[in-house]
Structures are given as structure tokens and as C-alpha cells.
Design a protein around this ligand. Structure first.
Ligand code: GLU
Length: 615
């Protein structure tokens, strides 16, 4: 019901977007009845058909992406247009103030490419930048977050530009046009949006520009009211006109750097904030120096499929891949669901032990290769007892290129599960696929809207480990100049004999890894359809004595898993907000989004239609 309301409330916007798309497109490519097509924007989490598909958390973004596909744009054109729209309608999770990772399957060459648009640390950062000199201990998380210190150089805009240049068919200006229209005309506030403001009200109140935009009259905007962001419309227009240089070396960047170096704190915040708001050291040179990276994707072969993911600085591809390699040692399809989930939780813990110990920006190719080696997985799998959960934390292995022994060492557990970020999945009629996870880290980023520019800044640098734990193994994720904080984002494309089978991703901080893994296990091993695999209750074991699980998971499996030795689950309302597309053969597409979590998502196809499907 919530989903229906949300979609309905945004209908006016989708029609406005149709107008923008008509205006932005050359007459030759104008399709008849665009507004009507957008009127048929997806309102459900599941769509079946042909000719291209889009799945995002937001009906407006999905409608924009679908319209680009209908007008002959390809998956990259549609993904960037949808992402730019999410920068307006989901500003607390995504936008040009942040970063992300894009995985692209190119149908022509049948190759998978990745873009690392992760934020990078400024040259001035030090290993102890998040340690309070007054106390010698790490800053409290909220103090580090709501500051200039936490802001990394954003990579999102450059990701859009470069993805379009390499694989798109439209210029950036065309991809931004629908989002400009949404920002200009406004969109209806839904319950999720309002709740995200309410949760951030104290932090947002500290900054005039944020307060003006998101706390009208000092309060979170009421559900159903229209929210406009004319500053962001102007920012997008300037970028459309002049290119990304206005951001990386021009006036928009100058404003961004000014906000980081002199946080635009409100003189009368009304709501108290318990911490001093510190300045950051980012300079215009840091911004001008930003570069995308294009690492080779990670690859893990799993039960005949080829699973491609994101390499460092994300730990997602390595951790998902290692866990799959461990699980492949066991035939989950022959087990009861509880037994299969036991294996999933144990494999997650083993992979997390290695991820925490070894994986960060700068991890050597040798170690990454080792962690994804089947022989290494065999070694790790000897620690998975099919009948009994191991005490947590389990130690990391020893990726030394020698096999046979079960390694011994100690490892800690991952904190900060996170709830921000957004994910989108797009496929086009030619078979190209985009899986894209983007974020500003926490929901609401660092809470600073750049004055006059309409977008929030990220707090991505809080994904670094704040301080080395005394006596523990060296942490690979300490801050460093130009370094990118370790991520868990796991945009994943699964091929079957070189052709797309499945693309998926999700937000959720470190739980991203386990949610992607669980959906893969649900779909590939447990016989669920894709919509069932997304809807199924989730658990997340990140090598902790207090694994998390949703209430429905605890109700269904908590007792039986407890009997296998699993510790009591810490109940958490929701894990993740996934989007996915399955390629069902003969050009059939099954687009899937969350039915309930985070207010429900929106999946759509260009040409709805039925095919004989598993889902
Ligand atoms: N910053 C997190 C990461 O890169 C994502 C945050 C979230 O999903 O909540 O892993």
C-alpha cells in the first residue's frame, strides 16, 4: 500500500519529465505519446517483458530510465539519467557530492568493465586525522561525520561523464535534462523521504543551506508536499552547458571546497549539536586531481555461472566471490533451507575475516587473486563445519599461495552497517547491462548542502578505519593521501556462458556484501524466483558474535540456527534495498525491486509482456 501511494504521488512529476524528455530530444527521435508512456510508469516491484528494463528505488528515476530506453538510448544513457534523477529525489543517498561503482556488460564485446568513482582522500589527510589530539582516541562517529574532515573528493559526476563517453550514445547534457526538470518542477515528498529528513533533523539544522532546502519552516517536509530544488537544477544546467570542468576545476568546485574548508554553519541552529563542526583540508587542487579508475572486475565461477564484481577499493567483489567459492564446495541444493542458510552465514563470516584483514585500497593483485582462488577457498572451507557454527570471530586465512592448512590468526568484526546509498540496474534492447551503486555514505551524507548549489556532500572518508587497534594485525584501511576508503558496494553481473543471466546490487553499508550473497544463494541454490529471492527475509553474518537479521528471518530460522550453534541475532528492521534484472532467455527480462523495504522500489520494462519464466 505504501508503494502504491508513493508511486501515485509522483505521477505528476513523471508527466512533467515526459515533457522535458520531449523538449530535450531531437524531433527525429521523438516518440508519440511520451507522456502516456510515462503515465504507465512502473508502480510495482516486479516487471516482465522485453526491449530493456530498469529497476531503481524510485518510480520517477525508473520512469526516466525507461523513457530514455524507449527513445533509443542505451543502458548507460538510461542509467546516468536515472542516477541524475535519484540525485534529486533520493538526495540523502546519492548525488554529485558523492561516489560509487559502476559495472558494465558490453554486449558487443561480451566483456565486463568497471568504473571506480569512489571518493578519494585529500593530500592533507594523515593516518591519524580521525584521532582527537586532545584525547588520543578516535572521534565519535557523528563528530567525524558532520564535518569537513569526512568529505572525500566526489567521483560521481566524472563517472557519469566517462561512462557516457565510453559506452553511451547521448551527451551528459541529455542525461541531465530530465533531472533538471524534476528538480525545477518539484516532486512529492513520500514517507521515506520525510523519515530520512526527520532522522537527520538535528544535523541538517546546523547548516543554513540544508535547513532551507530540507527543513522548510524548521520541520521535515510533510508527506505529499512538493519539494523543489532550483539550486540543483541550476547546477545541473551549468554542468550540461559547460561540462564537468565547472565542477572539478570551476566555480561549483570552488564552492564545494569552500564549504569543506569553512563549514557553512548556521549562526542560530535552533537545534543543538553536541560536537564541534570541524573543517576539512580539501583543496581545489585535490578536486582538480581527481581521477576515475577502471580496475578489472573480480570474477568468481559459481555453479556454472561467471560472477563479476567490483574490485578494490570496494571489498564487495572479493568478499562475495570468496564466499561463493567457499559455498561451491558444498551442494546446497541437497540441504534443508536451514542447513543452506547455516552454510551461507558461515561462508560470510570466513570471507569477512579475510576482507577485514586484507582488503582495502592498495591491496596487491597477488593477494586479491589469492582470495579469489578456488584452492584458497578449499582451504577456507575446511573451517566450515556443516553441522556446527564456529565461534565468532573466525580468524582470517593466510593468502600465501600455499594450500592445505587451515590458517590461524585473529580478526575483528565490522562495525557501522550503514543504511544509505542507492542501487540501480538497467538493461537495454541490445543486451548491454549497467549495475550501479552510488552513495554519499550515511543517509544525508555529512549534512552540508553546498550553499547555492543544492547538493549534499559525502562523508565517505568515515569508511576509513579511524585508528589502528593496538596489538591487532595492521589494518589495511587507515587513511592516507589520495587513498580511497574501503567500500562494501557490490554491483554484480552474473553471466551464463558469457551472456547476462542476472544483475543485482543493494545499499546497506557492510551488509551489502551479505545481501548480494544471500540473493545469489536464494536464486541459484534455493530455487527461488528473482522476486522471491529479493523479498526473502535476510540475515547478515559479518564475522561477529552478534549477527544481524530481520524479524521475519529470526521468526523463521532463528531457533533452528541457534540449535546449530549460531549466536542470537540482533534484530534489525531491514537489511538492504536491492534492485535486479534477470535475463530469462529469448530476450525476456524480469526486473525486480524491493516489495517493501525502504518504502518499496520500482521496476519496469520497455515492453511489458509475458514469457514462460521462472519468476
Ligand atoms: N559507504 C558505504 C560503502 O561504501 C555504503 C554506505 C551504505 O550503503 O550505507 O560501503
Amino acid at each position: 500500500m505504501r508503494l502504491t501511494k508513493r508511486a501515485t504521488s509522483r505521477m505528476a512529476v513523471t508527466v512533467a519529465v515526459a515533457v522535458a524528455l520531449v523538449a530535450a530530444s531531437p524531433p527525429a527521435s521523438a516518440a508519440p505519446g511520451a507522456a502516456g508512456q510515462l503515465g504507465a510508469a512502473p508502480k510495482t516491484p516486479t516487471a516482465r517483458g522485453y526491449g530493456g528494463a530498469v529497476s531503481t528505488v524510485d518510480p520517477t528515476a525508473t520512469a526516466v530510465g525507461l523513457e530514455v530506453l524507449r527513445r533509443g538510448g542505451n543502458a548507460v544513457d538510461a542509467a546516468v539519467a536515472a542516477a541524475a534523477t535519484l540525485g534529486v529525489t533520493e538526495p540523502f543517498s546519492a548525488g554529485i557530492g558523492g561516489g560509487g561503482f559502476l559495472v558494465y556488460y558490453d554486449a558487443g564485446s561480451r566483456r565486463v568493465h568497471t568504473v571506480d568513482g569512489r571518493e578519494s582522500a585529500p593530500a592533507s589527510i594523515r593516518e591519524d586525522s580521525f584521532v582527537d589530539p586532545a584525547t588520543g582516541t578516535a572521534y565519535p562517529f557523528q563528530q567525524a561525520r558532520v564535518s569537513g574532515l569526512s568529505v572525500g573528493v566526489p567521483g560521481t559526476l566524472m563517472t557519469w561523464q566517462e561512462a557516457l563517453r565510453r559506452w553511451g550514445s547521448r551527451p551528459l547534457a541529455a542525461a541531465l535534462a530530465p533531472a533538471v526538470e524534476v528538480a525545477e518542477r518539484g516532486f512529492a515528498v513520500d514517507p521515506t523521504f520525510r523519515q530520512q529528513v526527520a532522522e537527520n533533523a538535528a544535523a541538517f539544522a546546523q547548516f543554513d543551506a540544508t535547513r532551507k532546502l530540507y527543513l522548510p519552516g524548521g520541520q521535515p517536509p510533510a508527506v505529499g508536499t512538493t519539494l523543489r530544488n532550483r539550486d540543483l537544477a541550476d547546477t545541473y544546467r551549468q554542468i550540461a552547458r559547460s561540462g564537468v570542468d565547472v565542477f572539478y576545476t570551476g566555480p561549483i568546485g570552488a564552492d564545494l571546497v569552500a564549504a569543506v574548508r569553512r563549514p557553512p554553519v548556521a549562526t542560530d541552529p535552533a537545534v543543538p549539536w553536541q560536537f564541534p563542526i570541524q573543517a576539512g583540508g580539501m583543496t581545489r587542487a585535490d578536486l582538480a586531481r581527481y581521477e576515475l579508475r577502471f580496475p578489472a572486475p573480480t570474477r568468481s565461477d559459481y555453479r556454472g555461472y561467471q560472477v563479476y564484481g567490483m574490485s578494490t577499493p570496494s571489498s564487495g567483489g572479493v568478499a562475495v566471490g570468496e564466499a561463493l567459492n567457499i559455498l561451491e564446495r558444498f551442494d546446497l541444493s541437497k540441504l534443508t533451507v536451514t542447513e543452506a542458510l547455516h552454510h551461507y552465514l558461515e561462508a560470510s563470516a570466513l570471507a569477512f575475516a579475510d576482507r577485514n584483514r586484507y582488503v582495502a585500497d592498495g591491496t596487491s593483485r597477488r593477494i586479491l587473486g589469492e582470495l579469489l582462488d578456488d584452492r584458497y577457498a578449499a582451504e577456507r572451507a575446511c573451517r566450515l563445519d556443516p553441522a556446527r557454527a564456529a565461534p565468532k570471530p573466525v580468524p582470517p586465512g593466510d593468502p600465501d599461495g600455499r594450500y592445505g592448512d587451515c590458517a590461524t590468526a585473529a580478526a575483528g568484526a565490522e562495525a557501522n552497517p550503514g543504511r544509505s546509498t542507492t542501487n540501480l540496474t538497467v538493461a537495454d534492447r541490445w543486451g548491454n547491462v549497467v549495475e550501479y551503486t552510488l552513495t554519499i555514505e550515511q543517509t544525508g551524507g555529512n549534512a552540508m548542502v553546498v550553499p547555492g548549489r543544492g547538493f549534499l556532500l559525502n562523508n565517505e572518508l568515515t569508511d576509513f578505519t579511524f585508528a589502528q587497534t593496538p596489538g591487532a594485525a595492521p589494518d589495511p584501511n587507515l587513511p592516507g593521501p589520495g587513498k580511497r576508503p574501503r567500500s562494501s558496494m557490490s554491483p554484480t553481473i552474473v553471466l551464463d556462458d558469457g551472456r547476462p543471466f542476472l544483475a543485482l546490487g543493494t545499499p546497506g553499508g557492510a551488509t551489502i556484501i551479505t545481501t548480494v550473497l544471500q540473493i545469489l544463494v536464494n536464486r541459484i541454490d534455493l530455487g527461488m524466483s528473482l522476486p522471491q529471492a529479493l523479498a526473502a527475509p535476510r540475515a547478515s553474518q559479518r564475522n561477529s558474535a552478534a549477527p544481524q537479521a530481520e524479524p521475519a528471518f529470526v521468526a523463521a530460522y532463528g531457533g533452528a540456527l541457534g540449535a546449530l550453534g549460531h549466536p542470537a541475532f540482533a534484530v534489525t528492521a531491514e537489511l538492504g534495498a536491492a534492485t535486479a534484472i534477470e535475463f530469462t532467455g529469448r530476450h525476456g527480462l524480469l526486473a525486480s525491486a524491493e516489495p517493501v523495504r525502504r518504502g518499496g522500489g520500482a521496476a519496469g520494462v520497455v515492453q511489458p509482456g509475458r514469457w514462460a519464466a521462472s519468476g
